[in-house]
Unconditional design. Structure first.
Length: 255
C-alpha cells in the first residue's frame, strides 16, 4: 500500500437525516475549496427516514409520511425516494479532477460501482454486476423500484442506489446499500415491495460494522487507495451546523 493514494475515511454511524445531509454538504464544500481531502464517509439514518432526490416532487408520498409519523429529508443529490430502514449509506466526495473517481460524470459512477461490487463480494455475495445502459432514468418514484445504468445488482435485485451532484470543483456521490428493509412500511409508502436485500441474498443478518468494513476495503482494493480513519474537522462541523440551521429554517440548499 506504499504507493496507494491516501483518502480520508469517516465512519459516523447513525444520526437523523438532516444532520447526515448537512455533513455531506459541508465535506463537499471543504473538498471543493481544497480544504479537505477526498473522503469516503459511511453512515446510517436513525430513526427511520424517507429521503427524496434533490428535484423530486411527490406530495402524495409526503402526505403518507405525515400520516405515518415518518420524518423525511431532501438529499443534495438526485434520484428517487429511499426508505432508510436499516440500510447502510455512504458518500464519496472528491475534486472533479480526482484520479480515482473524477473526470466525466459517467466515469465517476463507473468507478464507484466497481468499488461497490468489490465490497459486496467481500461480504460473500456472488454474481454481482453493474447495470448496463447509457442514461439515468427520469426523476420520481422509489429509488429501488428499478436499476439505473451503472448501479449494482445481483440475482435480479437492485442492491445499491447511487446519485451524484457536482458544484464548485467538487463532486458528491451519495448511495444506499439495501442491507435490510422494512417491507410493510415500503408497501404503505410506495404501494409495492422493492425486492431482496443483501442480507436476504446472503442468508444472514448483516451488521452495520461488517458492511462499513467491506465498503472501506472494497473501495481501497478497487481504486488503489489507502483509506485513513479520521474525523470531520471543526470547520466542517461548524459548516454542517450552519447547513442544518438553514434546513430547519427552510432555506438550506438541497435540504
Amino acid at each position: 500500500m506504499g504507493d496507494a493514494v491516501r483518502w480520508r475515511y469517516l465512519d459516523m454511524g447513525p444520526a437523523p437525516g438532516q444532520w447526515q445531509m448537512a455533513v455531506d454538504l459541508a465535506i463537499h464544500a471543504a473538498c471543493a475549496k481544497g480544504e479537505a481531502p477526498p473522503t469516503l464517509r459511511v453512515y446510517a439514518f436513525h430513526p427511520m427516514y424517507l429521503s427524496l432526490g434533490r428535484h423530486q416532487k411527490d406530495e402524495q408520498l409526503l402526505r403518507r409520511c405525515e400520516e405515518l409519523g415518518l420524518p423525511w429529508v431532501r438529499r443534495p443529490t438526485g434520484g428517487g425516494a429511499v426508505l432508510h430502514a436499516g440500510d447502510v449509506c455512504y458518500s464519496v466526495v472528491a475534486p472533479l479532477g480526482d484520479p480515482a473517481v473524477g473526470g466525466p460524470l459517467r466515469r465517476s459512477y463507473c468507478q464507484v460501482a466497481k468499488a461497490l461490487i468489490r465490497a459486496l463480494q467481500l461480504l460473500g455475495l456472488e454474481s454481482v454486476q453493474m447495470c448496463e445502459g447509457v442514461s439515468r432514468p427520469s426523476r420520481g418514484g422509489p429509488c429501488f423500484a428499478s436499476p439505473a445504468p451503472l448501479e449494482v445488482m445481483a440475482l435480479g435485485a437492485k442492491l445499491v442506489g447511487n446519485a451524484q451532484w457536482r458544484r464548485g470543483g467538487g463532486l458528491l456521490i451519495q448511495g444506499s446499500i439495501r442491507t435490510h428493509a422494512h417491507l410493510t412500511l415500503e408497501m404503505e409508502l410506495f404501494g409495492l415491495t422493492l425486492g431482496s436485500t443483501v442480507s436476504q441474498l446472503l442468508g444472514r443478518d448483516l451488521r452495520y460494522e461488517e458492511v462499513a468494513k467491506a465498503l472501506r476495503e472494497g473501495i481501497a482494493q478497487a481504486l488503489g487507495l489507502q483509506l485513513e480513519p479520521q474525523t470531520i474537522t471543526p470547520p466542517e462541523e461548524g459548516l454542517a451546523r450552519t447547513f442544518l440551521l438553514q434546513a430547519q429554517e427552510g432555506t438550506g440548499l438541497g435540504l
